[in-house]
Write a protein that binds this ligand. Structure first.
Ligand SMILES: *Cc1c(COP(=O)(O)O)cnc(C)c1O
Length: 289
């Protein structure tokens, strides 16, 4: 299941750029999409090596990571359980998780904070259970995300990626460093006040001149949108044929356009945007459109 992927680089027409490319990680899989596939790849290899049979993980009620874990577990013949933050709800994402056989344990916000304690409380005696942190954050995830850089057939002046926890950003930075590239890595955190991302990255790889953090494209915070962002998504999709999600990839493409308008990146430089997937999340926000 983790052997071969389809994630082509496609050129898109989007003014003012002459050389804007998209790495279509959203095409890797409809449910184990984008960076979540890359993050799980080596986690699942470790699970297999350690002969564990039960994935236990954590996330919010709209987490792309939960859906990816549920889908990956069912295809690998593994059980899966998720601690879902907050009171019991029903939605499109959790429906899919349940269909893939994931057991959902709704957990109040207070208890949810201490994930290791939750795991101990429920699974101390289950030697088949394997702890996967929220969003898949781990050293294995870094290796998986770094591989994206090796897949690129040519160098780019700029690579853009949206960030939540920053694990994917750390993997990409590590890939750029390992391959000795001169590329600038522009990270767009979708949370407000996300300077913690630097610390997250340094857990895995040293900061270097490649990394540029853009902290002002969160649109109010995680999963927050504005009419301007929604209108941007509509125009972008109608013009390019690419779907974006309101939480991550739309904020990244908005930033790319805005930085070009400010002259911070020029229309003739080559830019690669990573489409990290997450399109099912669009359905949770249908009322905003
Ligand atoms: C999870 C996710 C991200 C953020 O990844 P991190 O490694 O947590 O920074 C970005 N885009 C999409 C579509 C995601 O689902």
């Amino acid at each position: 299941m983790f052997e071969e992927i389809y994630s082509p680089v496609q050129k898109i027409t989007f003014t003012p750029f002459n050389n804007l490319f998209v790495k279509r990680d959203d095409l890797i899989d409809p449910y184990i999409s984008g960076n979540k596939w890359r993050k799980l790849k080596y986690i699942l290899a470790k699970v297999e090596k350690e002969k564990k049979t039960h994935l236990v993980t954590f996330g919010g009620a709209y987490s792309n990571h939960l859906l990816a874990t549920a889908a990956a577990a069912s295809r690998s013949g593994l059980k899966s359980t998720a601690f879902v933050r907050g009171e019991e709800v029903k939605n499109e994402m959790l429906l899919l998780c349940s269909l893939f056989g994931m057991k959902l344990v709704f957990t109040d916000r207070e208890s949810y904070r201490d994930k290791h304690t939750l795991f101990q409380q429920h699974f101390a005696n289950d030697h088949q259970a394997y702890f996967i942190d929220e969003g898949g954050a781990s050293a294995e995830a870094i290796i998986g995300c770094a591989e994206l850089i090796k897949e690129l057939a040519e160098p780019y002046d700029h690579i853009f990626c949206a960030a939540g926890t920053g694990t994917t950003a750390a993997g990409l930075l590590s890939g750029i460093q390992q391959n000795g590239l001169n590329t600038k890595l522009h990270i767009i955190p979708v949370l407000k006040g996300a300077s913690f991302i630097k610390e997250e990255i340094t857990k895995y790889t040293p900061l270097s001149h490649h990394l540029i953090l853009h902290l002002d494209y969160h649109f109010g915070g995680y999963a927050k949108t504005t009419p301007e962002l929604i209108s941007f998504i509509k125009t972008f999709t109608a013009k390019t044929g690419l779907l974006l999600d309101p939480v991550y990839t739309s904020k990244m493409f908005y930033a790319i356009q805005d930085l070009a308008q400010q002259g911070i990146i020029s229309e003739d430089e080559s830019v690669l945007a990573i489409h990290t997937g997450g399109l099912i999340g669009l359905f949770g926000m249908k009322d905003k459109f």
